[in-house]
Design a protein around this ligand. Sequence first.
Ligand code: IPM
Ligand code: MN
Length: 387
Amino acid sequence: MARSYKIQVLPGDGIGPEVIDEAVKVLNTIAIGISGLNLSFHEFPCGGKYYLETGCEWPGEAEVFARQEADAILLGAVGWEKSPGEPVRREDGQMAGAAVVLGQRRELQLYANVRPVKLYPGIPTPLADKQPDDIDFVIIRENTEGLYSGIGKHYQEDTAEELAIDVRPISRVGAERVIRYAFNLAQKRRQGAPRDGKRRVTCVDKSNVLLGDQLFRRVFAECAHSFPQLEPDYAYIDAWTMWCLRQPEYYNVIVTPNLYGDIITDLGAAIQGGMGVAAGGNIGDSQAMFEPIHGSAPRHAGKRRANPTAAILAGKMLLEWLAERHKDQNALHAATVVEQAVVDVLKEGRIRTYDLCVGPYAQLKPSTTKQVGTAIRKRIQQLLKEK
Ligand code: IPM
Ligand code: MN
């Protein structure tokens, strides 16, 4: 029997709508091609531009739909500018649109921010001498507490004594659920670290200095006992950034507190070929939201040149999550075909947006957002026919 899933679509600001348009078309193509899979799309406005127009970050129905109706959420990006360099802010100073990203992460308890760092063939990496086979790890970023707790205070504004404090809570419960997620993922992944095949889970922290990180590492060590077939590994965040550039092949699954995860996942995106190809999922026990991690990129908006690959890969992660949650082989098959189509188009080489026209591809004429989406959809149709 065909399963039906309601996908909430939140295109948001800037290049969000341009790339999400292609991702939704790809998801539609795969759902049409696989008879056991039905997807319906439910689109809502949100973001900084919407806030300028309406005074709210998204309609109330959108929030209710996310909580009660959606089987999964696909988000483009939020964040808009009134003028270059001047972001639209809420009255409390927070970026307008934050309720949709940061708010939902906490509201829906999407505690694992999952960011695969995989170098696909046909994508140049800035790391000399590294090949696709060397870069294939996943960063799991704690997504609900730490420096993103929203707790803090601003004192003596506009005086010489001005002071701002951000509170960084790290709880046992918060640490344990995300660390368990990382160990479970390492167990399920097809292979271990590229260097030696070891199913390694690395705890990246700053426990030589910070109390919260000492708790995080202690909980990690405790969890490790329940997974004797996995190799626990430890790194301080500062040293890890260096090792990641020198020997990415050593890593398999990484788990880290919130802000460190924010920073190192951009580093990860750089070595996998840039923001144009980096996707992520915000995953909880009963809901999940997937997004390209590049943000709204106001400078590139409306130019039809943004790379939709990250958004399409976010769609692939969404399918994988549905597959796992509902034990749905059709959704899993769909995810595999989408990824294969992306790989094939990248490998073939000619159709690519400007950001990937570097190194051996520097002489190519950059494709538009739509051309890339269309090439991937055509390839999906071919792959489905070949079966
Ligand atoms: C990310 C982004 C967000 C974050 C921004 C948009 C608030 O950078 O998802 O990594 O800091 O988490
Ligand atoms: Mn970030």
